[in-house]
Design a binder for this molecule. Structure first.
Ligand SMILES: Nc1ncnc2c1ncn2[C@@H]1O[C@H](COP(=O)(O)OP(=O)(O)OP(=O)(O)O)[C@@H](O)[C@H]1O
Length: 282
């Protein structure tokens, strides 16, 4: 076995299912007189997913920026992996961000870098990680999203769905406990969207990654909530309809007028009589 390499040590962080990994407590945020978040409290637990819905401008991306420490609230408290981030300075925030992967809208790859370099760019910059370890990790994460054979291509040679999968692989490089997805399927056709949704499901169910997904695509949101992945006896990953326990691990959060208008499972959302939600779902 030998001594673990620095990369192996980073990848071996303990992950306890069910413990809170993101906590918002009575968060208030305004830009001048424009109050965006009035009083927001929620908890994301390890291995769970939360899907944020809401009209344009409701504050969904603002919540992602607060988690990453790119914005600070004027009141309330925010914890990420047990660290209070609303009062944290930038250098400590960098360490917190190491455990949070981010999949941006449109994938946001570097056009001038190959797929390999896009996925591994942070690792290649680190002098303490041997090059062969970096190559191995990059190949591993690209294998996970089934794109190993495209490793030496440029982003311009990939389809929109493949580019998003590269972005997911890149976000996984350091095996973060939390993945934040900002509109991961926007602009993709329904079939391609499903390949992205399956990656989100796989990461949640096989890797135990906690995820926060901001989306306007209700069909994809329900797909992620109502499906589950498991590894069969032959070692292959299979997808089946979610069991009741698994269904309970994904919650929808609807933001409206700076407050949480609804928080509940797919089943509860589908059964709602609330006129605002019904309008949103129609
Ligand atoms: N830096 C900023 N300065 C001033 N106002 C801002 C700033 N960033 C965001 N806002 C405002 O905050 C509100 C919430 O923005 P946010 O991007 O969080 O909405 P959203 O729910 O993600 O919307 P969309 O679905 O359109 O992406 C918007 O009214 C936006 O104009």
């Amino acid at each position: 076995m030998g001594t673990p390499t620095p990369l192996e040590t980073r990848l071996s962080r303990v992950k306890t299912p069910g413990e809170p990994v993101i906590v918002f407590e009575r968060v208030f945020l305004a830009f001048g007189d424009n109050v965006i978040l009035k009083d927001i409290s929620f908890e994301l637990r390890a291995g769970y997913s939360k899907i944020f819905l809401g009209a344009s401008g409701a504050g969904k991306s603002t919540i992602l920026k607060l988690i990453l420490g790119l914005l600070k609230p004027q009141a309330g408290k925010i914890w990420v992996n047990g660290v209070r981030v609303d009062t944290l300075g930038e250098s400590d925030m960098m360490k917190v961000r190491d455990d949070v992967g981010m999949v941006f809208q449109e994938g946001a790859l570097f056009d001038s870098l190959s797929v390999r370099e896009n996925v591994g760019y942070k690792l290649y910059e680190e002098s303490d990680t041997p090059l062969e370890d970096v190559h191995r990790r990059v190949e591993e994460v690209l294998g996970w999203v089934e794109l190993e054979e495209h490793i030496d291509k440029m982003p311009s040679e990939l389809s929109g769905g493949q580019r998003r999968r590269v972005a997911i692989a890149r976000a996984m490089t350091f095996q973060p406990r939390i993945l934040l997805y900002d509109e991961p399927t926007t602009g993709l056709d329904p079939i391609t969207s499903i390949t992205i949704d399956d990656e989100i499901v796989k990461l949640r169910d096989i890797e135990g990654v906690s995820s926060l997904v901001v989306t306007h695509q209700l069909r994809d949101a329900f797909y992620v909530a109502e499906r589950m992945a498991f590894r069969g006896n032959d070692g292959r990953i299979q997808f089946v309809p979610a069991t009741p326990e698994k269904l309970a691990q994904t919650e929808f959060v609807m933001l409206r007028d700076g407050l949480i208008h609804f928080e509940g499972t797919a089943k509860e959302l589908r059964a709602t009589n609330d006129p605002y939600l019904a309008l949103f779902l129609s």
